[in-house]
Design a protein around this ligand. Structure first.
Ligand code: HEM
Length: 442
């Protein structure tokens, strides 16, 4: 027998829960779970959404094929940002081929190059730091990972010509995404007009870059080269519009997710000084044989990995992982009817005491849960993150370089370092300042 899905309290007659979701999405999702448990429904201005919590629900969600639970339909707000004909704005067969091209750019030989790029950028980042000072980790890592991303994506020349214009255009694109874009991706609003103008101008800049590289006959170890060299199964090459879309897609998927993970991990390192000695011994050992990091070395830092993993458990960047129900979908005794969205939220399920002992405690030595679907910072199934290896490599390379050279401490009361999710990605609240002191090594 089917059971009705509990409906979250507090809906207004006109817009349902839209206003609460738009202003405090994370708090709203937690409230919904507290009130209703593993399944509940809410109303985002007419778009009915069902929140599912726990590994059993995650497994069902991630294992159901796109034809029934569609990522493309749920993420239509990305179409004006990436451009028509790219990823969720492309037919499924083209989307799959484009995804393969992205994977191609993350193969081992390129990762070796990216490790060097990230290390160099991290060294430049601390070059003028002196013996001690303070810095805002959210701001600083947003800037640093913008540099590492553009460097790996568009090559060395572009990175060093990274103009204020490029950063501003990218910011305008980002501003086009807010919780409200889930329910209405094509709103006619000044910020969405700016988003569209930014997309057009970025296409001009990237097309110019492609033209220069073609004319010079140069070849580089970056993602742009992968896009320029790739062909679809019918032999067709990517258009300039598609190349721009692939660049923006990669930036959006990897930039803030990685920068926030770097920020949270360093914050947790400063908040948990009891692990410091072990952690620094592990990191210093990496630099013993060589002054530079190697890809192999970066694979062998288990406690730092534990810190990153535990930071991703407690502060997962993406918390509104969503699909559109294309045909009625059954889960346990419930039926979610076609036209609704279903959503899973790692921030809630990563704190379930049934799967995580003392879930609120930060424990970098915590064993992985037995159930593979309990911990899902990178999603699961067919749409599981393809950039997780690159993301972890990047965070490890940045933090090893920083921690080899400096000690970090909190400057604010520990409880003042909060969480906020203003643009669909969880980030630390402002301000988020740490102090640093140059390490004295024998
Ligand atoms: C700590 C950093 C990162 C986190 C937490 C993260 C998280 C995720 C999650 C949760 C998904 C699944 C979304 C869904 O199922 O709807 C995803 C997908 C994806 N991620 Fe990441 N990501 C990170 C970094 C990156 C990086 C660096 C890249 C690119 C190099 C990347 C590229 C992608 C792509 C292309 C997809 C879509 C895959 C598909 O649709 O099949 N991600 N990511």
């Amino acid at each position: 027998m089917t059971r009705p899905i509990p409906f979250v309290s507090g809906a207004s007659e006109e817009h349902g829960h839209l206003q609460e979701f738009n202003t405090t999405p994370l708090e709203f999702l937690h409230r919904a779970y507290q009130e209703c448990g593993e399944i509940c429904e809410f109303d985002l201005g007419g778009l009915r959404t069902v929140l599912l919590v726990g590994p059993e629900a995650h497994e069902a969600f991630f294992r159901t094929p796109d034809e029934q639970l569609s990522a493309a339909q749920a993420y239509q707000m990305m179409v004006p940002v990436f451009g028509e004909g790219i990823q969720y704005g492309a037919p499924p067969d083209i989307e799959r081929q484009q995804l393969k091209m992205q994977v191609q750019g993350l193969k081992h030989d390129r990762m070796v190059n990216y490790a060097g790029v990230v290390e160099r950028e991290s060294e430049d980042f601390i070059q003028d730091w002196g013996d001690s000072g303070e810095f805002d980790i959210y701001e600083a890592f947003t800037q640093l990972t913008l540099k590492t991303s553009t460097h790996c994506l568009l090559g060395t020349d572009f990175r060093y010509q990274l103009t204020e214009e490029f950063s501003e255009l990218y910011r305008d694109l980002e501003d086009g995404l807010a919780p409200s874009s889930i329910s209405d991706p094509f709103q006619d609003d000044e910020r969405f007009q700016r988003r569209d103008r930014a997309r057009e101008r970025l296409e001009e800049l990237i097309t110019e870059r492609v033209r220069q590289r073609r004319e010079s006959g140069g070849w580089e170890h970056d993602m742009l080269q992968v896009y320029m060299d790739s062909t679809y199964s019918d032999g067709r090459k990517l258009t300039d519009h598609e190349i721009t879309g692939m660049v923006i897609w990669f930036m959006f998927a990897g930039h803030h997710t990685s920068s926030n993970t770097t920020a949270w991990t360093l914050l947790e390192i400063a908040r948990n000084p009891q692990y410091k000695q072990r952690l620094l011994a592990e990191i210093d050992a990496l630099f013993e044989d060589s002054a530079t990091l190697s890809l192999k070395g970066l694979r062998e830092i288990p406690l730092l990995e534990g810190f990153i993993r535990e930071s991703l458990r407690l502060h997962p960047p993406l918390n509104a992982i969503t699909r559109r129900v294309m045909h009625d979908w059954s889960y346990k005794d419930y039926v979610v009817t076609a036209g609704k969205n279903v959503m899973v939220c790692p921030h809630i399920s990563h704190k379930l005491p049934e799967y995580f002992d003392r879930p609120e405690t930060f424990d970098p030595d915590r064993p992985a849960p037995a159930n593979l679907f309990a911990e899902i910072p990178f999603g699961g199934g067919r749409h599981k993150c393809i950039g997780n290896g690159f993301a972890i490599l990047q965070v490890k390379a940045i933090l090893s370089t920083l921690l080899h050279n400096y000690d970090f401490e909190l400057t604010q009361p520990p409880e003042s370092y909060g969480e906020i999710m203003p643009a669909l990605i969880l980030r630390p609240t402002d301000p988020c300042v740490l102090s640093y002191h140059r390490r004295e090594r024998a």
